[in-house]
Design a protein around this ligand. Sequence first.
Ligand code: ADP
Length: 191
Amino acid sequence: MINIVLFGPPGAGKGTQAEKLKQHFDLIHLSTGDIFRANIKGQTELGNLAKSYIDKGQLVPDEVTIDLLKSEMDKYPDTKGFIFDGFPRTTAQAEALDKMLAEKGEKVDVMVALEVPEEELKKRLMARAEVSGRTDDADPEIIQNRINVYKKETAPVKDYYAGKGKYVGINGVGSIDEIFNKLVEEINKHI
Ligand code: ADP
């Protein structure tokens, strides 16, 4: 299997690149944010719970997110692999992912991180709000909160993979194709 973690702050372009990588490597794209939003739209119990955190720019609790990811992975027993987008976002989630994969005799091959300066992120998120209708993109205070949560809770996940020699940082400013080509090049070194 090929298992890629696509990492980076809100607005770094993970969703855009994940779609292209999925096609290129023939993988399943698992975005916890997309799954939460689908549940919010469908007004499920999980959706209602997730919404109460997402609307404040906070993380959905680990237990909920980890259980959700596990059941999503179990839907694709025959896949060639996964692109994890927006997961893991805490060290506890990273440890849980390793455990889930180890149970299948698998592992994370590489974490590729899109690096984008904070001012550029804020600009992109405000612009995205215009088209996405995402309430968490429209309010500067919520955006700032998401960036703060990223720095405090999510950035340490980078050290987790760096410690295993699996972290690669990539400049996330440039054209979509330029960034995609760099991602493919780095991923190919690890699979
Ligand atoms: P972005 O990367 O732009 O923040 P996402 O779609 O990845 O967008 O996530 C949107 C929101 O969903 C996050 O702000 C958070 O509240 C919630 N979320 C997504 N993934 C996770 C996760 N792995 N753990 C906890 N909360 C999550």
